[in-house]
Unconditional design. Structure first.
Length: 415
């Protein structure tokens, strides 16, 4: 039987060590393929070795800890993991908890001396957040055999392409295809992650089983009008791009509100040009993020937005342009894995709670390779992507204990 208190304390200590690795004093910033990523990857690799795993790193920088199950022979592998990168001014649990949980689970099982009949790989992905390059899930895409080589041409804010950043990190972009697992060699992928919402806290339980991960559409929208003098152009003759964009922002909100709770929509970034106090904006660029568990609902919302946007801006003498830059289908977590996670939670004396994920995760990409599932952990106030992000050592200990029990009973699902 695993010691929940000890597991939680070790998880908290390891997460604190990772949180100390940041590019900026006073706040947590750890971006993909940076010196901070290198330091975090090396720290995690050391923990993996100490837990009895052989360590390697693929061409996209994913750190892989490999344990062969306690006896010899070829076997399918259970993959466990999450990511090491952060958003800007991040909390310390989003991502690292899933890496640390996998390491602690393997450490416990290796120490127990049990032979499982399947292998385990713990994966520490480098780029889930997309904080440096305008792409997400790139490293898990490499493992899943779904990496898009066009991503290599994307550049960060300093103009450094992903291909160049990989070379500076010491990687061979030609070896990226070799990062992919063979589907016939993998049994499943499981990710432990903070919930990033309040549902578990409201229900008073530490853990939840994820039923599915929402699909996402992200668009860049440009509204084009005509810049002019703020004092001399009469209101009747204006082609104010910002006024038109404001209507479209409210349109996004209205479409989401009218969906009956099946869709959420966000405008997260907006910029007006030329951006002077005494000039009518001639162009406005903004982003739209639409998410739904039902892909048809999401696609219909995109079509509705585009059709209504044209009508709205036309009355103002404006033009509008749309560009989709991210598209990810919704994923249903594997029922057998969900039930196994639920059984592990119940065995620890807690009720099973099912909930969906409104955020994207590496598990969403890994579902392209193999059956995939997630275990959510209660976080204080549902706060995430924020320095106030917090999961208690007790809850993290329960999560690792549930993961250990899941692994110990995984044998029939590995066949």
């Amino acid at each position: 039987m695993s010691d929940v208190g000890e597991l939680g304390s070790r998880a908290e200590q390891m997460i604190a060590q990772l949180a100390a690795i940041s590019a900026e004093p006073g706040r947590l910033v750890r971006l993909y393929l940076t010196p901070e990523h290198r330091r975090a990857a090396d720290l995690v690799a050391g923990w993996m070795r100490a837990a009895g795993m052989a360590v390697s790193e693929d061409a996209l920088g994913t750190v892989r800890g490999r344990w062969d199950g306690g006896d010899a022979g070829p076997r399918k592998r259970l993959l466990i993991g999450s990511h090491l990168d952060t958003v800007l001014d991040a909390g310390k649990y989003d991502g690292p908890l899933g890496v640390v949980a996998g390491i602690l689970a393997v450490d416990h099982i290796v120490r127990s001396g049990k032979a499982l009949g399947f292998g385990i790989d713990v994966l520490a992905f480098g780029d889930e957040e997309g904080s440096r390059f305008p792409a997400t899930l790139a490293t898990s895409a490499g493992c899943a055999g779904a990496f898009d080589t066009a991503t290599l041409r994307l550049a960060d804010g300093d103009g450094v392409t992903l291909a160049e950043a990989l070379r500076r990190y010491g990687k061979d972009v030609g070896a990226i295809p070799a990062a992919a697992y063979r589907p016939e060699g993998v049994a499943a992928f499981v990710e432990v992650h903070i919930e990033q919402g309040p549902a578990l806290e409201v229900r008073g339980v530490p853990l939840g089983v994820v039923t599915g991960i929402v699909g996402q559409s992200r668009l860049r929208v440009a509204v084009i009008g005509e810049a002019g003098h703020a004092g001399t152009v009469a209101m009747t003759y204006r082609r104010d791009a910002l006024a038109g964009a404001a209507e479209l922002v409210l349109l996004v909100e209205r479409i989401a509100r009218d969906s009956g709770g099946t869709l959420v929509g966000t405008v997260g970034r907006i910029a007006a040009q030329p951006g002077a106090v005494n000039i009518i904006p001639g162009r406005v660029d903004f982003t739209v993020d639409l998410r739904a568990m039902d892909d048809d609902v999401r696609h219909d919302a995109v079509a509705q937005l585009q059709a209504q946007a044209w009508r709205l801006v036309e009355t103002r003498g404006l033009q509008v342009e749309f560009e989709t830059f991210h598209e990810e289908a919704a994923v249903q977590c594997a029922p057998a894995l969900r039930d196994a996670l639920g059984a592990a939670i119940s065995a620890l004396g807690y009720p099973r709670v099912d909930l969906r994920s409104g955020a994207g995760h590496d598990a969403q990409m890994m579902a392209k390779l193999c059956p995939s599932a997630m275990l959510f952990v209660r976080c204080k106030g549902g706060i995430s992507h924020n320095p106030a992000e917090y999961a208690s050592p007790d809850d993290m200990g329960v999560a690792v204990a549930a993961l250990i029990r899941f692994v110990e009973n995984f044998g029939p699902l590995a066949q």
